[in-house]
Design a protein around this ligand. Sequence first.
Ligand SMILES: Cc1cc2nc3c(=O)[nH]c(=O)nc-3n(C[C@H](O)[C@H](O)[C@H](O)COP(=O)(O)O)c2cc1C
Length: 232
Amino acid sequence: MERRNFIKGALMATGGLFLGGSAIHRLMDDKEDVNSSLPSTIEKIHQGAGKNVLILMSAGTRKGNTDRLTDAYIKGVVERGHTVTKVYLGSMRVEGCRGCGACQRQGHGCVVQDGMQDIYPLFEKCDVVVMASPLYFWTITARLKAFIERLYAISVEDKYPVKGTVLLMTSGDDRADTFKQPLQYFQVISDVLGKQPLGYYCAGGCTGCEDIGRYIDERHLDRVYKMGLELL
Ligand SMILES: Cc1cc2nc3c(=O)[nH]c(=O)nc-3n(C[C@H](O)[C@H](O)[C@H](O)COP(=O)(O)O)c2cc1C
């Protein structure tokens, strides 16, 4: 796959200061207490006075390109004063929808007992859902798609909770149409969740797992951090 620097058409923010994403984990004083009741795949990052932001990081690798992009965005969102919870969706067992229809017939939510049972209450409470994914075969990860399918269980007469949406993606390719399919799908999902997208950031030209080390251009991290600062 072709490697170049980054995709210009999908950028939502411009230049500035680079701030490493991992520092956000130290912004919340009482983090240890709050997180002791959560599974290791869910991290309460910050309690703020702003919106409740739920981050779904669907790459399977922590500290990979997508995780780093996500953490840079989170740093901006935290500095903006929002409440942030990060879910390592790619490290969780989350099935796709089985289509059994029990949720619609019985109205008790999803009968499948997996990681989604921890995510449903977080999703219900959030104002904004941030979906982060590496580009896999020209679309989002199977795990993120599985999460989206499972929202069926909380729909009522085909209506879904209203949420703001943000998409963050990384890829190896860096062409004008690299993210065409996931961006189209993101628009559809944002419509389903009742709002226009709040923003997206697509970081092309990343080096992937086939190479010795993963690499994401720091300009992406800088720009996505600024985008996080702008979340209203
Ligand atoms: C299974 C798989 C499929 C991929 N498919 C694509 C693709 O269709 N287009 C692309 O540009 N990069 C593709 N990539 C590369 C990743 O999107 C890229 O390396 C990404 O930055 C990895 O993110 P991570 O470090 O968070 O895992 C693929 C990688 C894997 C492992």
